[in-house]
Design a protein around this ligand. Structure first.
Ligand SMILES: *Cc1c(COP(=O)(O)O)cnc(C)c1O
Length: 404
């Protein structure tokens, strides 16, 4: 597996640089800044007259003479050069300078279920967040049906640590979506490892520039690339990054068996989007903080949450493990009708689900019925517009909603 072009292995940055040097390639070092690393992440060594980022490779099969064992590319469900480049890029961002294995998936759920279902067997105990992404609920039910004992506790206050005895796997989502609670990943991971449990962290909200689960001790960083990673609202994607080659092979085997693979076009669009990840997340974080502060100043708005707000209950832990605080802000408006009037009155903010895109979106989460949130709870995903314009729009819409 290792060393084959399809295994998404990221060589240590030094080695990448060396490879780059011999090939005249564009490798960056782990010490380079985020903005420098994203524009070169995963690019192949420079070659005269070749494009810096090769276009998508559309192939169901590849020319395959003779013995197929060890062939880097044989069939399209197993490997694709466009995924390989994207996987290298994501691995470089999630674990700079480390040798890791990265696998791209068709969606975040494809990646999440690949880890859970490839690592858990009947009789195992899994500890999941009670307040994680809403599709964890059906996944939980499926695991239970397969004979896995599932225990759940809230993300806040590191409550999952009470449930770790006998666990095989701890699943962390921090910050949680949509509640924006944060747990101490280092502490929970150390306690889980002391009991022999594996740890996976859903890193969707933070992005690899905001948080590095593997550096905090986790075995797997897992995420939906549909959100802030790709950021344009035009691609579904997921990924898994892990250090251990055997676990990577199990996840790879799962991907191949269920066929939860990204299309080459999606993988290429995702890779192309990574070049602006630093610009996007920086602007989003600035806008999110400005919007959160503006919401906090309004008496009719309660429960404003954003991990970057100094007075947020998640802030003390967030500053210790996050490098950026993300684009999501949540708050509670007086009731459902108020929230609906607010959303309708916004001029620059689309009423839409998902988050992490370049355009600001907001939605009343209660409309889905899946999250344990008040009827007036609104999740806002701050885009890359000018923060002052967003603050003005939110203020205007609150006035309009209050006016009835
Ligand atoms: C959206 C999301 C997912 C699922 O990702 P898809 O790409 O939609 O399958 C998983 N976890 C979190 C935290 C998410 O926000």
């Amino acid at each position: 597996m290792r060393g084959q072009p399809d295994d998404g292995t990221v060589a240590a940055a030094g080695a990448a640089k060396a490879a780059g040097a011999t090939g005249g390639g564009p490798g960056t070092g782990a010490a380079d800044g985020d903005g420098t690393r994203v524009v070169r992440a995963g690019l192949p060594p420079e070659e005269p007259y070749a494009p810096p980022l090769p276009g998508p490779v559309f192939a169901a099969h590849y020319h395959l003479p003779g013995d197929p064992h060890g062939a880097p590319y044989a069939y399209g469900r197993d490997a694709n050069p466009t995924w390989t480049a994207l996987e290298r890029a994501i691995g470089e961002l999630e674990a700079p300078g480390q040798e890791v294995h990265t696998l791209a998936f068709a969606s975040g759920m494809g990646a999440i279920s690949a880890v859970l279902l490839s690592q858990l067997a009947p009789g195992d105990v899994a500890v999941l967040p009670a307040d994680g992404y809403n599709l964890l609920v059906p996944v939980r039910e499926r695991l239970t049906g397969l004979g896995v004992e599932v225990r759940t506790a809230p993300t806040a206050g590191d409550a999952q640590r009470e449930l770790l005895d006998g666990a095989r796997l701890l699943w962390i989502e921090s910050p949680s979506n949509p509640g924006l609670d944060v747990c101490d990943i280092r502490r929970l991971t150390a306690e889980a490892h002391a009991r022999g449990a594996l740890v996976a962290v859903d890193n969707t909200l933070a992005t690899p520039l905001g948080q590095r689960p593997l550096a905090l001790g986790a075995d797997f960083a897992v995420a939906s690339g549909t959100k802030a990673l790709t950021g344009h609202g035009d691609v579904l994607l997921g990924y898994v990054v892990c250090r251990d080659p055997e676990r990577a092979a199990q996840v790879r085997g799962w991907r191949k068996t269920v066929g939860a693979i990204p299309g080459p076009m999606e993988a290429w669009l995702a890779h192309r989007s990574l070049a602006t990840l630093e610009l996007r997340t920086r602007q989003q974080a600035a806008g999110a903080l400005a919007v959160a502060e503006a919401l906090r100043a309004r008496p009719e708005v309660t429960g404003v949450r954003h991990p970057g707000l100094p007075e947020d209950p998640a802030h003390p832990v967030a500053v210790r493990q996050m490098r950026r605080f993300g684009c999501v802000v949540s708050c509670t408006l007086p009731d459902r009708a108020f929230a609906e009037r607010f959303l309708a009155a916004l001029r620059l903010v689309d009423d839409a689900t998902s988050f992490g895109g370049v355009r600001t979106t907001a939605e009343r989460r209660g409309r889905w019925g899946g999250d344990a949130v008040p009827e007036g709870f609104v999740r806002i995903s701050v885009g890359i517009e000018d923060p002052a314009d967003l603050v003005a729009d939110v203020g205007r819409a609150l006035d309009a909603a209050a006016g009835g």
